[in-house]
Ligand binder design. Structure first.
Ligand code: SF4
Ligand code: MSK
Length: 634
């Protein structure tokens, strides 16, 4: 049955979105919701994960009447293969981002790039110390050794675990992974590695194992999925976060503005969208320069306004306080305001639909990465070695578009909220006086019952931001601290949940702690790769208490997820010992065996597990029960 017409008010809880959607309807601009409607109903084989097209004897679809593909693969093998292929794609996305940062950092260490520098020497020394690098040396010598270890994690060929995982994962968790490898071998007689050896290798091996006629054992496939996800969380994503902090500064507490109302009616608006701060840092820098501000004035504007969308937004708001125009679903709506001179994109979560839409306006849709091309985009190749020059060219292109703005088309919703952001692990520890003890004490005393980390996306199948916000409010009411990243964090910022006044929505215990620390009960920890910050925080608490992460009252959630990256994130949290909630349901319904492994069997192996729930209220109840159960053994 086709998806029925849903009233505009039912598509989002964000008034700015509703406002622009009404305009879209009137002007017949196409949106993500229109395309979802046309794509519905979705293919049930795809939804259940039982369609395989891994070789050309197929595609094969599993039903009761056809329980095996042409090669003989059954539903469990096909579902597992599809799942870990998605996971590998997600891990690859985060890790390719991490590689770009590691390569740039190596160039800076070797003085081969004059456009970037080491901004945060204290963070560099902290990273070096973890990696066992002598920190008494000159800064660039330390940087060279850190860079060598980071790059080795992408290319070393030995069987040892990743350098960054060994340096950052808490002791008990490393023992858990080691013991699991031994137990799997003794119970099955099959060697199944859990500890990742090399980020690229684990992704490649996922692809190899899932080709026709290689790994045809659901457990073995899923365990390799765990290994690949760990290579992302404690490898690629962590390297991205840590080295970005060294290059651009470790985030600290600051107040920012969020939602489409941050766009200016009389300035040149540049939106940076995607994921990598390497480019956006330079665009912000160039836009702030006196020369570019003057050029904008000569073009008739009052100046230049840079705002972000998606995780590029999270990167520049955490470090520089740049305002955020919205989360993933805002990308088309921002252009529809008619006030965006340039939509500058790098990689990931960028709709290919933007090219066609931008042509209805004066907006320059500028792609910048040789890995990410889009129909209808102007391509300005970003070259790290000529970063300032490229950033200036991008800003100039935006300025040149300003006089072409059609004022009659400008429609900026006056919706904006303030948010307190910038909660890196360093900033959290700093506020706690340098040690996790006050947080641990608050948890032990029950003022804070536990912590939930919420991540991820928007998905038009879910009323935009509704699950994010309802779940967050429900949790803080129950004295559960909420931390998170990605488009959830932008949703929370837009909804005003990151203001200090939100303390009043929290339970008495959490409220008292937040008042003492002058923080909201909902903490923005950054972008998608910054999910690694949550792992590091969990690791710090576990090591402080000399327990495993799975002993802590922590739960994760991806309540409006859509990307393959979320499959990897969810899996590395589960593999690190954290129960993880998902909505929408992942495409595994075609195999009860795989469902059972991921929701039950895995509990005994890793401590973490997945659960699926559609209702935010019930999700909060389940999470509280998990937390209360964990607290009993605490
Ligand atoms: Fe069909 Fe097997 Fe080929 Fe998949 S790998 S398409 S199940 S024959
Ligand atoms: S941007 S991965 S929609 S969080 Fe990281 Fe948002 Fe999800 Fe993209």
């Amino acid at each position: 049955m086709a998806r029925k017409e849903i009233p505009i008010e039912e598509l989002s809880i964000d008034p700015a979105v509703i406002d622009v959607l009404k305009l879209a309807k009137e002007k017949e601009y196409e949106t993500v919701w229109d395309r979802l409607k046309r794509q519905s109903p979705h293919c049930k084989f795809g939804v259940q994960g039982v369609c395989c097209r891994n070789c050309i004897m197929g595609p094969c679809r599993i039903t009761e009447k056809t329980p095996r593909g042409v090669c003989g693969a059954d539903a469990s093998v096909i579902v597992s293969r599809n799942l870990i292929r998605a996971l590998a794609a997600g891990a690859a996305a985060h890790s390719d981002h991490g590689r770009a940062v590691a390569v740039l950092f190596n160039e800076v260490a070797h003085e081969e790039n004059q456009d970037y520098r080491i901004t945060d020497e204290a963070k560099l020394k902290a990273v070096a110390k973890r990696l066992g690098v002598d920190t008494e040396k000159p800064i660039l010598e330390i940087a060279k050794e850190v860079a060598a270890q980071a790059l080795a994690d992408f290319g070393k060929q030995d069987e040892k675990a990743l350098n960054f995982l060994k340096a950052y994962a808490p002791s008990k968790r490393k023992e858990t992974w080691q013991k699991l490898e031994e137990a799997l071998f003794s119970q099955t007689g099959k060697k199944m590695g859990v500890l990742p050896r090399n980020i690229d290798r684990e992704v490649t091996e996922c692809m190899h194992r899932t080709t026709m006629g290689v790994d045809n054992d659901a457990v073995s496939l899923l365990i390799h999925g765990v290994r690949t996800a760990l290579a992302d969380g404690w490898g690629g994503s962590l390297i991205a976060t840590e080295l970005q902090d060294v290059l651009f500064g470790t985030p600290n507490k600051k107040t920012i503005r969020a939602n489409l109302g941050v766009l200016s009616k009389d300035k040149v608006n540049i939106i940076v969208h995607g994921h990598e701060p390497i480019l956006s840092e330079q665009v912000v820098e160039a836009a702030m320069s006196e020369e570019m501000q003057q050029k904008a004035k000569q073009a008739g504007a009052k100046g230049i306004n840079v705002a972000g969308i998606c995780c590029t937004a999270n990167e520049v708001l955490m470090r520089r306080g740049v305002p955020v125009a919205g989360n993933m679903i805002h990308q088309e709506l921002a252009i529809m305001t008619g006030a965006v001179e340039a939509m500058v994109v790098d990689v990931q979560c960028i709709f290919p639909a933007l090219g066609r839409l931008a042509k209805c306006f004066h907006t320059q849709f500028i792609s910048t990465s040789d890995r990410a091309r889009f129909p209808g985009a102007v391509h300005i190749q970003f070259d790290e070695k000529r970063a300032r020059e490229t950033a200036r060219k991008i800003v100039e292109t935006a300025i040149e578009a300003f006089p072409k703005r059609d004022k009659s088309k400008v429609h900026i919703p006056g919706v904006v909220a303030e948010a307190v952001v910038g909660f890196s692990v360093e900033e959290i520890l700093n506020m706690l006086g340098g040690s996790p003890k006050p947080l641990v004490d608050a948890i032990l005393e029950g003022k804070i019952k536990g912590v939930v980390g919420i991540v991820g996306c928007n998905n038009p199948k879910v009323k935009h931001d509704s699950f994010h916000i309802a779940l967050t409010k429900e949790l803080i009411k129950r004295d559960i601290l909420v931390i998170g990243t990605g488009c959830w964090a932008i949703a929370a910022a837009k909804a005003g949940l990151m203001q200090l006044q939100t303390q009043e929505l929290a339970g008495e215990g959490l409220k008292a702690v937040c008042k003492l620390l002058e923080i909201p009960p909902v903490l923005h920890m950054g972008s998608c790769v910054d999910c690694s910050r949550m792992l590091v925080l969990a690791g710090a608490l576990a090591d402080y208490l000399k327990v495993d992460i799975s002993d802590l009252p922590l739960v994760g959630s991806a309540p409006e997820w859509m990307t393959e990256k979320a499959v990897s994130i969810g899996t590395y949290f589960v593999a690190s010992g954290v129960p993880v909630h998902l909505w929408p349901a992942p495409p595994i319904g075609g195999s009860p065996e795989v469902g059972h492994i991921l929701t039950e069997t895995i509990k005994d192996l890793l401590g973490g597990y997945f659960f699926v729930e559609e209702d935010p209220q019930k999700t909060a109840e389940i999470m509280e029960n998990i937390i209360l159960e964990k607290r009993k053994a605490f």
